[in-house]
Structure formats: C-alpha cells, structure tokens
Design a protein around this ligand. Sequence first.
Ligand code: BGC
Length: 593
Amino acid sequence: MKTTKWPQRLPIWAVGYQTGAYLSLSLAADGSIMEPRKFFNFFLGVTLAFAPVNGAYDKERDALLKGTFPQDFIWSSATAAYQIEGAWNVSDKGPSIWDTLAHQGRVNNQDTGDVACDSYHKYPEDVALMKQMGLKYYRFSISWPRIFPTGEQQDGVNQDGVDYYNRLIDELIVNDIQPMVTLFHWDLPQVLQDRYGGFLNNHTNTTVIHDLFGDYARFLYQNYGDRVKYWITFNEPWITAWLGYGIGNFAPQHNEPAEGQYKAAHNIILSHAKAYHIYDDEFRAAQGGQVGITLNCDWGTPKTPADADAALRYVQFFLGWFAHPIYKNGDYPEVMKTTMARKAQEEGRTTSRLPEFTPEQKLSISGTGDFFGLNHYTTVEVTDACCTPIENPNYDTDKDVGTGHAPDWPRAASSWLYVVPWGIRNLLGFIKEEYGDPEIYVTENGRSDHDQDPAIMMDMERICYYMMYTNEVMKASNMDNVKVKAYTAWSLLDNFEWLSGYSERFGLHYVDFNDPTRTRYPKASSVFFKQLVRNNGYPEGSEFTKYVENMWYFCHNTTEAEVNGYTGGASQISSLFSLFLAIPMMIAYSLIA
Ligand code: BGC
C-alpha cells in the first residue's frame, strides 16, 4: 500500500535531491562507503519505508505542540542487566533463568546474553555516552544472582557483583547522572526457580519468595541507598506473569495459561508491597528516596463505539491487574473479578482462577507506589468478543476481546510494535483519572529496527518515533495536566532483545556484536535526543523546533499539503526539501561536528 502513491507524487527534481541525500547517508557502520549493491538495497528499503500514505493524520489530534516540559522534567535512558551486562559467570555470579533459557538454545539465532554489550566491563563508556547526550538520569537494573548467587543471602553474597554496581553508581554520580534502579528486570536466580517454583511459590499465603525478594531489596537499599534515590521494584510484572508463567515462552517457560499468570502476578504484587514497606519502615527517613513499580500497557482503543467497554476491559486486565491493587485499593479491578467469577461458573469451578487477597494483604498493598512507572510502546484496536464459552481458557481469552491494528499504523521491526503516538497521551490521561492523579514516570518508550547490513545509523524512523511520542507526552503534561515527571528512552544501546536476541535493535547507540570489543557508535537518533533534552521539549522559535516543524508531516507519513491544502507549492517544496535533503544532512552534520 505504501508504494502505490509514490511515483505519482515525486517530481523529477526531487529524485535528484533524494539520490543526493541517500548518497550522503550511505555510510556503513565503520564509516566506509557502501558497495553499490548494498547501497541499492538500502536505497530501496528506505524509499519504501518512507513513502507517504494518506489518511492517518488527524489535523487536531496530531498537530505539533510547541512549548517546553516543566523545568524539573527528567530525561533518561534505560537498559536492563541481562540485556547489556554480559559477564554471565564472572566471580561467583549465579545463573539466572534467562541464562538457562538462552543456553538451551531457545533464543533466535541461539543468541545468549553471555557477553551482550559487555557493560560489566565497559560501563564507563556507557556513562560517557549518557554524559555526551546531556542525560541527567539513567535507569538500569541489578541482576539478583550477581548479588546473591542462589537468590538467598544466607547462601552467600558475591562481593565482586556488589562492587560492580558500586562502581557503576559512583561513575554516574561523578558525572552528575542520577541512578534509577530496577530491582528485578526478569533475571530471576535459577536456584529460586528450582527450589521454590519462582513466583509460583505457594501463591495464596505469605511465601518464601516474598521474604526473599524483601531480603534482596533490603540489601540493595543498605548498600546503595545513600546514592540511589529512585527504586523500581519490578519491571513489567505483566511479562513475567503472562509470558513467563502463563503462556511460557519467556523464562522460566512455565506453561500454565489458565492459572499460572494469576498466581505469579499475585506473588509479585505481594513481593512488591513487601519491598516497599521495608524501604518505608527502615530506610525512607534516612535516605529520602522514592519507591515505585514499572507497569507496561498497550493502549486499547475501541474499533467502533460499540467496543468502548471492551477496550476499557482490555486496559483493566492489562494495566489494572497490577495498578488497581497498588495505586487504588489493594484489590484487583472489579471488571476482572466479576469476569473471572462468571468464567468460574461457566467452567464449573468452585473458585475463581483469579486469587483473592486477604483483608490484611489489601491494606498492605494499597498505596505502595511513590510514583507510577509506565512502559509504553504501542496501541491495539479492541473489539468486543463477549462471551463465547472457551474450552481451554487463558488470560487472552479471559478478557473477552479481540485485538487488531488499523491498516495505516506504521510498524517497527518488532512484530508487536505499531507506531501510534496519540496512544500514549490517552493512556497517560487514563492513569491520571483512574489512579488519583499520580506522578507518572515514563520509564520506557522506544522503537526497534531490524539488525541489517548495512547498519541503520541514520535511524530516521526512530527520530520520528521519539519526536511524535514525546510531543504527545508534552500534550498530556501541558494540555491535560497529567503529572508526567520523566521520559525514558528505551534504550541507550542496542542490546539482547529477549527471545529475538540481537535481531532487533532499540538503541540510540549502535553496538557491533561481531566486534569483540563491542564498540558503540552513536546513531542519528542520539543526536536528535540530545537536542530534545537540551531544549526540554519544543520551544517556540528555537532552531530545533523549526527542524521538527520541517520533519513533522514526513514523520506522520503525510505531506503538509495533504493536511492543509495546496497553498501555492511552497509547503510541498518545504516538505519535500526536509524529507529528502535538509534533515539527513543536518543530522549527518551534527554527527560529524
Ligand atoms: C522491556 C525491555 C524490552 C523492551 C522492548 C520492555 O518490555 O522492559 O526489556 O527490551 O520492552 O521489547
């Protein structure tokens, strides 16, 4: 579909501009000029990817908002231990469930995180990259088995691992970068999975896994809390619960899709509450930091007005599953409880597959977030699918919805990632209304490219993604009064993208995984992001904002003339100029300068 309008629109002079622009872009990752055949493929690929389509742009909804974020707005970038550290078995580090899964050859291309970006050794370079971009915050995670090899403190502490994070944190502080630390980004110690079933451990009462997570949290607060003021207990428990213990494609690959995810989520929520209270009771007064959790959610937009309730149900089953207990009232959303109770009846069960919290547990869970961490990437269109009886129920069918994508939503390399910038504004508004106007930290947002040869260094689509999504975040902040305090780009570096291995690249910096020294190269998006941070948004009249204005329609896969009507040719020329020449050249120039 994207290609059909292209030849009709492109005047011959623009072809010249285009060729010139892409020639200026045709550098391989090592800076050499590409071979003609590679260049032709590259040229074709980029041309097809960027050919405009009609229809997606909504003049009111998608217009560029000029202005800046509040003065104290936090700009950050994020990584996670297993995805970047490597050094999987140095000193006494224990194996995690992701080491196990990768070593069983279950990742695309049999990739592993054994070396990854080698940040265990190269962290000073990573910090230097952040410094270069003007970032003042860095979100990273600590590997539990690097601290306690078995997951249990009583079995021993890996002092080298403790020292590693001390060095990293010190390096950040010296460079005036605040650490935001995630305690758990999916790399559970394998021993805890083997000994206790991981997060499936006896899910209804106080269980070992809550206490063990509490001990681990306490140890981190004790050792790093003098310098770390932002703690995130869990990253995306939805993924651990559903992909890890429900559908079972992610580690630890436990396949129990009717109930596994509900049990695991229950344990994670209780473990989170435990870690929160430990900070509150033992550390907050002396350390003065904040503790929250990071939840992921795709926005669900109704396909037709009749699907509005279904879309809400979709978001409640996704975000509300964790957010409702933690940020609202200690318990699961009503719609989840009633839906699951009805299903229990239909399935002839005496109890719901969704576990219940005791009154004491509800009290201890409610209000355990000093901020609301949000990871958001994409949006789905939701249709109502209520209420067909299902023979083998699972979390997906429990929601009684169908999901799809509008045909004009552009796609990233990851199969699930459709680019729908306005979705984040809707989601932020939903969180404000639903959870009592919390302070929201966007702890991840970003876009993937394929790993391809030649490398995508002029990553225009990522620039567009950041431009459009951050502008929507600014609309939420400045127009809708959502208390958004932070925006975090995923990711600082290309890294180990879980089951996709190194085949999908989310980085602001390119990492050469064939190079034993794992050299990092800035992509064009890192230059863009640096300017965004420096401008704290899109201030009226700045050079940066003018550049963004020139890019705006191109990024939305349309032209100014299509949106505002043909006004004598100038707008068409300006839009083509920015599309084919000005933008790539400006970026190339900034990279060299
Ligand atoms: C995760 C990251 C992951 C990213 C892109 C988030 O779900 O927290 O670890 O790399 O999405 O898939």
